[in-house]
Design a protein around this ligand. Structure first.
Ligand code: AMP
Ligand code: MG
Length: 350
């Protein structure tokens, strides 16, 4: 059984560890923290030197903006300016939760945290450990996912330790992440809101609250800084095919000498398949989102060089899962510098 964030109640929070981590943030250090989406690599958002360490540790180009995590919707005005009514409405409905709002940058936020943009991405995470840390620290925590640039986001503390190890001052363990994919990012810098990245809050839920449809960019045409096509990629090459072609395609590649990992779609989990490793995709998209990055890591660890998968229907959480799979299958820049120079950087979200 997979634990979810709700399994970790207040009683399970180690107050001493939280206080220590808050002290590390105040001293300019880095704290890996659990959120309901993925684990974050956190620094004091107002400390430009600490924020620079986040970029160095991840190997992330400094032009890729970070999400600033704050304690509550009532703090919005401290971190952003000219917050539109529609953004306040979404914050009230979905915070704490997996929704990030891009707004006009408040003066508290250094340009280092926003990749030089005049906009800032803000979110209130819904994880008891993250909330306890934000309360003890009192400020904002700038935190991208706690993985090396371009690789798969961590959804357990072990993933963080395996990938970043000693580069982080403290790793807070809050169990496996309950949502498992990153937050939904909404551009709220004007009154016409749009989705920049699908994630843990569904488009349908956002539209129900707003009362009107929201634009969602095609994965291939997303032009947000830090959203180049090969984000979220495992080492193995990912190839996407139709669900009813997954088994035949996997067996064909295996016969050709590949070490094939298969994402077996729910309708085919009883079908025998000749492959190196098999991940049975859960029928529920919530369960699939929770397991997705763990599956990619596991197939990498088992030595697969090729992963054959299909995208789920692009509704509900399926939209975020499909987006991550497409990016995992996308073309890969050779270096972070090449990624930084990629065309997706040309247009900022503002
Ligand atoms: P992560 O890649 O997990 O670190 O999530 C951070 C992502 O949030 C970045 O890669 C951007 O795509 C997005 N983001 C953060 N700040 C901004 C901003 N000011 N404008 C547009 N997108 C942003
Ligand atoms: Mg990331």
């Amino acid at each position: 059984m997979t634990a979810t964030t709700s399994d970790i109640d207040k009683a399970a929070i180690d107050e001493a560890a939280i206080d220590e981590a808050a002290g590390v943030l105040r001293a300019g250090g880095l704290v890996a923290l659990p959120t309901e989406t993925v684990y974050g690599l956190g620094a004091n958002a107002e400390d430009a030197t600490a924020v620079a360490r986040v970029f160095e540790t991840k190997g992330r180009p400094p032009t890729h903006p970070l999400i600033v995590h704050i304690g509550g919707a009532e703090q919005l005005g401290d971190w952003a300016e000219d917050v539109p009514a529609s953004a306040r409405l979404l914050a009230e409905h979905f915070w704490p939760g997996p929704l990030t709002l891009v707004l006009r940058r408040g003066r508290r936020v250094p340009l280092e945290a926003t990749g030089g943009l005049e906009t800032v991405a803000l979110r209130v995470p819904d994880h008891p450990v993250a909330r306890a840390l934000l309360a003890a620290f009192g400020g904002g925590i700038a935190a991208p996912s706690a993985n090396r640039f371009g690789s798969v986001s961590p959804t357990t503390a072990d993933h963080v330790r395996a990938e970043l190890g000693d580069a982080v001052d403290v790793v807070l363990d809050g169990g496996p992440c309950g949502v498992g994919v990153e937050s939904t990012i909404v551009d709220a810098t004007s009154d016409t809101l749009s989705i920049l990245r699908p994630g843990g809050v569904t488009r349908e839920d956002l539209e129900a609250v707003l009362g009107h449809p929201l634009a969602v960019p095609e994965t291939s045409r997303v032009r947000v800084p830090g959203q180049h096509p090969s984000h979220y990629a495992p080492r193995a090459r990912v190839v996407l095919v139709e669900p009813d072609e997954v088994v035949a395609e996997a067996e064909r590649a295996q016969r050709l000498g590949h070490r094939v990992g298969v994402f077996l779609p729910p309708a085919f989990t009883d079908t025998p398949v000749e492959a190196h490793a098999v991940a049975a995709v859960p029928a529920s998209t919530a369960a699939y989102a929770r397991e997705l990055y763990g599956f990619l890591r596991e197939l990498d660890q088992r030595g697969c060089d090729l992963i054959i998968a299909s995208v789920p229907a692009e509704e509900g959480l399926g939209l975020a899962i499909a987006n991550r799979l497409r990016r995992a299958a996308g073309p890969r820049p050779a270096t972070p510098e090449a990624a930084d120079a990629a065309p997706d950087r040309e247009t900022s979200a503002s």
